[in-house]
Ligand binder design. Sequence first.
Ligand code: NAD
Length: 716
Amino acid sequence: MQSDALNSKITMPDLVSISIHDGVAVITVQNPPVNALGPGVPQGLADAFAAASADAAVRSVVVIGGGKTFIAGADIKELEAAARNPKAGGPDLHPLLTSVENFPKPVVMAIHGTALGGGLELAMAGHYRVAVAEALLGAPEANLGIIPGAEGTQRLPRLVGVPAAIDLCVSGRLVKAPEALTLGLIDKVIDGDLLAGAVAFAAEIAGQPVSKTCDRNDKLGNPADNEAAFAAGREQAKKIRPHQTAPIWAIEAIEAATKLPFDQGCKREREISLETLASPQAQAMIHVFFAERGVAKVPGLDKDTPSYPIRKVGIIGAGTMGGGIAMAWANAGIPVLMKDTTQEAVDRGIATIRKNYQRSVDRGRTPQAVMDQRMALITPQLSFDGFEDVDLIIEAAFESMEVKRQLFTEIDKIAKKDCVLATNTSTLDIDEIANVTSRPQMVVGLHFFSPANVMRLVEIVRGKDLAPQTLATALAVARTLKKVGVVVGNCRGFVGNRMMFPYMREAQFLVEEGALPEQVDKALTNFGMAMGIMAVDDMGGIDLLWRVRQEYKHLDKPGVRKPVIHDRLYEAGRWGQKRSAGWYKYDDKLKASPDPEVHALIEKTSAELGFTRRAITTEEIIDRCLYAMVNEGAKILEEGHASRAADIDVIYTTGYGFPGWRGGPMWFADTVGLKKVYERVCELEQQFGSDLWAPAPLLKQLAESGKTFAQWDETR
Ligand code: NAD
């Protein structure tokens, strides 16, 4: 029943509404799609509470989200604005949370979907929380480089205790309602209809004294245990979020909760919160957040372009990539046919898939029944039987143009007319592959990353004849697989690998001139890269890059320096992890350690090349490796092979282990200052020649006009 008297007092009836059910005021937030606490919502809630307070018939209150979810968090646009202008202070929910907590009648927060960030903070200010079993709760602020800054660090430990509060803030993990109940974050799991259950619960407790979260000190622990918990939390942060400041600050704020009265703890939290919001890390992570959402806007593609429905997929190749891609589809509930050429290859592929799923079952992450369902969706086979009625074929056979041309000629004949044909090639020309078919407009590159069932990035390679509907389908594929699809142009290595070539080249040059592999890797991991480039090379296989080099030998320019050391490793049979020896030596658990044999090989190669080995600084390693990458990125942008610098940042943060807290390579260059980057590139050009280091004209132009890549993006 709608209360007209109450509604008339509400200033934001579209965002927050109120109705009365048997003495229970139901306040509903209606801010689709995720009921974010955007402009108007806090005021709407405050008005609704004022109205409920004024109505003597109201004995208790339920707050619920309209649509699919409770409040999924703050409005990130507001956070972004605050990060850009920290002096303005950002959104302050304190008055709302105080009035909710001090509300004289019991307030029940009814949660479905997600209660995250600011949504959880509001929920914690209520007197009770009930949730459906599937609801997810969490404090993922660290993903944006900030802390739960709306009293979350003060109320969370009061509800769940200090160690659990630290874990939730540091990891940012989301917990399902049953775990939230065990932790003390909610009071009841509701079976059946949430609203009916919450209203019944609120009616039951009406008239009883309320318990305020801010007054609950029983879970705040004792100083000795807390010190141990803080130390463990800092260790956890170092391990799972190395270099990131937000989790450390969150622990500091939780520490304040244990040492200060609630109000003072909130003040301390606010100071810390503003500091994190203004930090370069928060700005970088908020940039990545929006960049990931921005990649779906593809210049020249109408957002309403229809896509082909994908109900069944055919995969060619049951190797590393074919198997991973098959798992990604099975995880999305879509059946796949996986073809290889020999029984042995098919068996090996299926065994690897089974082993991967089994590991997840053994770790308690996947129920056995789910594994069985997923395995049943993958049909291994030696023929193309059934490929005539799949909607999408993804080729993941050997990286050879000859193999791909043969395969595409064949599948073009078998596949139905509206079947999209995709290749997972990492470097080959998509147009050349498309042109052997009768449907080049339906041939697209879907460049997955290894392991394909885990890595979020898919580069969507746009050939010259690609039809909008095929492109829209490729974007839909990424969404279905819960991946980030970034549209890139058809150039050698596309975007990610193309930028890797100069990055790896410089790393190897540095080794030839005087650095050691472990020194290069240490400089890079200290910078924040998930792995050093030498360790990456060992993982991918020295032989793999060697083979790529043979394929492109005809493009080598005579007289231009090329790394030699990689060939020496290959010739010595040091093919990386698979041989327990590459840039490093590996024990049987694949733990790497520096190898004197490699050092000797490097010294010999340096001498052979005429280098007197010299001391190389960390600064030189970072400048040469990263600026080579950024300079290539600028060339890619001006050639139009990436639509925006932000797209490149997404490729690198989701597919190449570039630290999100640095915002991706192009954002990183912006933060250094493009003038400084350009000047250093010019110095390196002087030192090593224009073939390797000619500055990209776009870099020059932006540097000279005092602009950033981010500003250039705004003009796109
Ligand atoms: P892989 O050697 O592990 O697997 C290739 C599989 O394809 C083998 O099982 C082989 O038997 C099978 N195959 C070869 N010719 C075939 C044919 N005519 N019909 C059916 N099956 C055939 O190789 P991979 O690492 O999975 O790479 C596959 C493709 O993915 C390559 O184009 C590669 O460049 C690309 N890729 C690889 C990675 C990576 O990290 N490994 C990343 C991105 C893209």
